[in-house]
Write a protein that binds this ligand. Structure first.
Ligand SMILES: *Cc1c(COP(=O)(O)O)cnc(C)c1O
Length: 386
């Protein structure tokens, strides 16, 4: 027990009157925080045979990656490098960038949040397509900026004309997602350059390429950094590299953007273990290419099977396929669960199926078939299962 007899410090300010704090007497977050939507969780994951709901790889990390993890864990009493320096050097070396252009983070979501909090805030506008990644409205909301959502085209692609037209003097950033989660549609190189040519130089363009490795494009968008100083490219080790559970990603941008992000970021963004695993995975390009090739084969198969049933599946560049089930999205999710495969449903929009195991693909097709014959509808843009 304390023997200190000094009188307690007086409060700096009188406490807020009761009832002004959303009915509690605890601290209040900044305006808007309490209204943010939560991240969705996939239903029934624990009890199913196949997990096809979170765009993860179905296979554990390679032996080399697991060995790197074990070795790094043995030094866990030591701080990691200040800014993921070894991973930054490896990534910059392979991509032909200056290390000063690459920023490593605990997943690309952490880097997206860093970008948004560094470059946007209250009074600003941030444009992104919708439907797209569910993190965007949340992370934009955290900054206090206003979200400007531009609907996808009827083919579930980014409407880059409308996105460019939505830019105002208040716009500080535009997020483009290619391949788009959850529809899988990609933005091709010419389209992207045409868009970048129309965005004012002071507006940040954030290109989220979480799934780029599955799109088999020969263009590497980081080459565009030479021409566009307002571009930031986000990539991750969670998807094609299969390290979702360890949290590692990187960003490539101008030296100026990267320097500002380093100023704003807390030090030691990656754990020692995550950095070592990411480097080990980065150094196995052949194994990564094999995994990708298997998943792309699965994508071709499932897309063709669904199309042969009359379902208009958009061409996907990701490790997932979008079924535009419309009003029957939740019903299709339940039918998939009945076949012991978890998927991600977006109510009244569609269902996203992660590719990986052939058994999961077969189970999804059985679920589709259990709902009856699929036909085209003329009522709207989405093909509806009937
Ligand atoms: C999965 C995903 C990410 C990756 O997030 P991490 O934080 O790197 O795991 C980023 N963007 C999109 C669109 C995604 O689907």
């Amino acid at each position: 027990m304390s023997t200190n007899t000094a009188s307690p410090l007086p409060p700096l300010e009188p406490p807020a009157p009761r009832g002004t704090n959303r009915g509690t007497t605890g601290p209040s977050p900044r305006p808007g925080i309490a209204m943010l939507p939560g991240y969705s969780r996939s239903a029934g994951k624990a009890s199913v045979r196949w997990i096809a709901s979170s765009n993860e790889l179905p296979v554990p990390p390679s032996r080399a990656v697991q060995d790197a993890v074990a070795a790094a864990a043995a030094d866990a009493n030591r701080y990691p490098s200040l800014a993921g320096d070894n991973l930054v050097a490896a990534v910059a070396g392979r991509l032909g960038l200056e290390p000063g252009q690459v920023v490593a983070g605990a997943g690309s979501l952490a880097l997206l949040q860093l970008l948004l909090t560094t470059y946007t805030g209250s009074g600003d506008e941030v444009i992104y397509a919708w439907r797209s990644y569910e993190a965007y409205p949340i992370l934009v909301g955290v900054t206090g900026a206003a979200a400007v959502e531009v609907p996808l085209t009827s083919a579930t692609r980014h409407d880059l004309n409308s996105m460019a037209a939505a830019i105002t003097t208040a716009t500080r950033a535009v997020i483009v997602c290619s391949p788009n989660n959850p529809t899988g549609t990609t933005i091709d190189h010419e389209e992207l350059m045409d868009f970048l040519n129309r965005v004012p130089a002071q507006v940040l363009v954030i290109l989220d390429e979480a799934y780029r490795e599955f799109s088999l494009t020969e263009h590497d968008s980081t080459h565009l950094l030479k021409k566009y100083a307002n571009l930031a490219v986000l990539r991750t080790f969670s998807k094609a590299y299969g390290l979702a559970g360890l949290r590692a990603g990187y960003l490539a941008a101008s030296q100026d953007i990267a320097a500002n992000l380093r100023r704003a970021a807390p030090p030691f963004p990656l754990s020692r273990v995550a950095e070592a695993a990411a480097i080990a995975a980065w150094n196995e390009p052949d194994a990564t290419a094999q995994t990708i090739s298997r998943i792309v084969d699965e994508r071709r198969y499932l897309s063709a099977q669904l199309r042969s049933r009359g379902i208009e599946v958009p061409e996907s560049g990701g490790n997932f396929v979008w079924i535009p089930a419309g009003d029957r999205a939740l019903e299709l999710e339940a039918a998939c669960l009945a076949q012991s495969v978890s998927v991600r449903a977006f109510d009244r929009e569609g269902v996203r199926i992660t590719l990986g195991e052939h058994g999961a693909t077969t189970a999804v097709l059985a679920a589709v078939d259990s709902m009856g014959a699929a036909v085209h509808t003329t009522s709207g843009t989405l093909c509806t299962l009937t």
